[in-house]
Write a protein that binds this ligand. Structure first.
Ligand SMILES: [Zn+2]
Ligand SMILES: [Zn+2]
Length: 267
């Protein structure tokens, strides 16, 4: 989709300024998508009440393919009743850093709850497909390494390797996901719109010996929380998050909205 490909070469892809200063028409188009989806999607805040629900894979304007201002992403995540989000932009943590910078201002203005959790993540494009990394400070260059080499590098830098949307048609690593050592896997993957692939994804990943995640992989704020992860009661800090993942204490959930999204976009 041309909309997502606003770059012509790898230098432009990696140009963060270019990512955040996108042409005006992209904002108008993204506003339209969010408006259109709002006609169908339900308020899920009741569903998320009383649990620590975190959307473990969210894109911000710091991804080349997401067009909502980062403030909007945070405000809307909070509005939906999420307790936090993991910012997993493509090959950068600049969006995560910006989110931390503006968090106090958003709390002060009442747009964000005091204890809203923001988790650092990166989505890496490997030779085999997409692989997620949590708590990773460094980039692993675009499509230079295999999924296995990427998982090893994530672990070497002290991060957690996440198997994102493994059975997504174009960018999932498919059956390779069974062979690698992941700390977490997207059992409920909101970016798999086609029902048959979503079912396959769930069937295969439910037997994985790693923490299970629900993630929207939202590129538009309207998709936030379509799938989410329930963390143990009392989860407050990044250390709590790490511990829950290591002890596999997470539960992957899909909200009623993912069914609506798949009916509209997936078939
Ligand atoms: Zn992806
Ligand atoms: Zn993604």
């Amino acid at each position: 989709m041309q909309f997502f490909k606003l770059y012509h070469n790898i230098e432009e892809y990696y140009d963060i300024k270019r990512r955040i200063n996108k042409p005006k028409w992209t904002q108008r188009t993204t506003n339209f998508v969010n408006f259109f989806m709002s006609l169908f999607l339900k308020d899920i805040s009741n569903e998320l009440k009383n649990v620590c629900a975190i959307d473990m894979h969210v894109h911000t304007a710091y991804s080349h393919c997401c067009f909502d201002p980062i403030e909007k992403t945070l405000i809307e995540a909070n509005k939906r009743g999420l307790s936090g989000i993991c910012i997993m932009d493509h090959h950068t943590t600049e969006g995560y850093k910006k989110a931390l910078e503006i968090k106090p201002m958003l709390i002060e203005k009442g747009y964000l709850k005091n204890d809203f959790i923001i988790i650092p993540g990166i989505e890496y494009s490997t030779k085999d497909g997409h692989v997620g990394g949590l708590f990773c400070e460094k980039d692993i260059y675009f499509k230079k390494y295999s999924a296995k080499e990427t998982v090893d590098q994530i672990h070497q830098m002290g991060g957690m390797a996440i198997c994102v949307h493994p059975y997504r048609k174009k960018t999932g690593i498919k059956d390779l996901s069974k062979e690698l050592t992941f700390d977490g896997v997207e059992e409920e993957a909101g970016s798999i719109f086609k029902k048959k692939y979503a079912i396959l994804n769930k069937q295969i990943t439910k037997d994985f010996n790693s923490a299970k995640f629900g993630s929207s992989d939202a590129h538009f704020y309207s998709f936030l929380g379509s799938c989410y992860t329930v963390f143990p009661e009392g989860t407050k800090t990044l250390e709590d998050i790490k511990e829950a993942i290591l002890n596999k204490k997470t539960i992957a959930k899909e909200s009623q909205n993912i069914k609506i999204i798949r009916n509209i976009l997936g078939n």
